[in-house]
Design a protein around this ligand. Sequence first.
Ligand SMILES: NC(=O)c1ccc[n+]([C@@H]2O[C@H](COP(=O)([O-])OP(=O)(O)OC[C@H]3O[C@@H](n4cnc5c(N)ncnc54)[C@H](O)[C@@H]3O)[C@@H](O)[C@H]2O)c1
Length: 386
Amino acid sequence: MSAVSESRSVPHADVRTVNVPLGDRAYDVLIGPGLVSRAGEIITARMGAARCGVVTDENVARWHLSALEAALDHDGRHAGSIILQPGEATKSFRKLEPLCEGLLELGLERGDLVVALGGGVIGDLAGFAAAILRRGVRFVQIPTSLLAQVDSSVGGKTGIDMPQGKNLIGAFHQPGLVLADTDVLRTLPKRELRAGYAEVAKYGLLGDASFFAWLENNWPAVFALDAEASTHAIETSVRAKAGIVGRDETEQGERALLNLGHTFGHAFEAWCGYSDRLLHGEAIAIGMCLAFRFSEALGYCPAGSAARVAAHFRAVGLPTRIGEIPGDKPDVAALLRLMAQDKKVRGGELTFILARAIGEAFIARDVPDEQVREFLAGEIANGLHS
Ligand SMILES: NC(=O)c1ccc[n+]([C@@H]2O[C@H](COP(=O)([O-])OP(=O)(O)OC[C@H]3O[C@@H](n4cnc5c(N)ncnc54)[C@H](O)[C@@H]3O)[C@@H](O)[C@H]2O)c1
């Protein structure tokens, strides 16, 4: 149960609530329209009379910061806002230091709040700043990208990238509240929306076949941001993640299932230098197609499943093959080297998330190197053909 009772939750008929069950650190994710403009009253009702230091990026600030500031000002909660450059490069030590200084200059005290208004970059960086500021202050996530609403804002992983790899410095620091305002997705570039959708589909593919079937039938309404369809897709995704995080907060087991497509996908992202050439969700989409084809090749998954996954991703406009990575393509040796750098490697062994069927993913730690090599060689040779 949340530490704050439902009677203080300021509910609206069209707002859904998902609880992340983490004992005395449990918190709610509210999903629905109009949450940014009501943030002041909701934060006050749920988190008490704290001052809020807002962290955001230039793109998000342009569209949504004034509404949030007005909502916080109205309740006397706004301490100030810090606007950072958009992009993955902001998730760095170089940007963390001035951010911490800025938050201290706002006069944030132990009982105050850091409010992350943005996509996963802002959420991860501001969340990490909150984790270390004055040895830890509370924070609120107001995720503005689809990826952040269904994935990065929930579960408490915060951190920054290092030259050696992504997310290598960080902390588990759970937010006290997440406000996923479905209205803000209207200003999100379509390519970002599509990339975030890959993570939505992931929840169906890893553990909920009926949700994947629902997405196959309803994806146009989700992409059109139809209120009912988009709220259902986000709520189902958050509910899936909340359940897994509640059972395995620090990824000792089941939480690794959320990495479906990521062992391959991270290697593709690294190959592209974490640039706009290939967004995270696009890399994961290719990675999930490979995970299903690999599962079929190893005899775990019935024939036809991988083709169904790829057909859905093609329908929504996501890439499904290594050959679709823009620019030069990686070879097998490069991919194996990049996969070996992933932080999920244990004792030199790669971890794969494979599937017995759509909706039935499992963790495989004992896949022989030779089979990985042979499979990747086939994928590269296949190029663009499905
Ligand atoms: N903590 C976790 O559990 C977790 C999980 C998955 C991914 N991540 C991290 O999330 C990051 C990727 O997140 P992302 O895809 O949200 O990227 P992002 O934060 O870079 O946002 C994508 C782009 O969309 C813009 N944007 C965001 N919301 C907008 C809106 N409403 N209107 C207009 N523009 C908007 C941003 O300015 C940016 O240019 C990566 O760093 C990844 O490592 C973290």
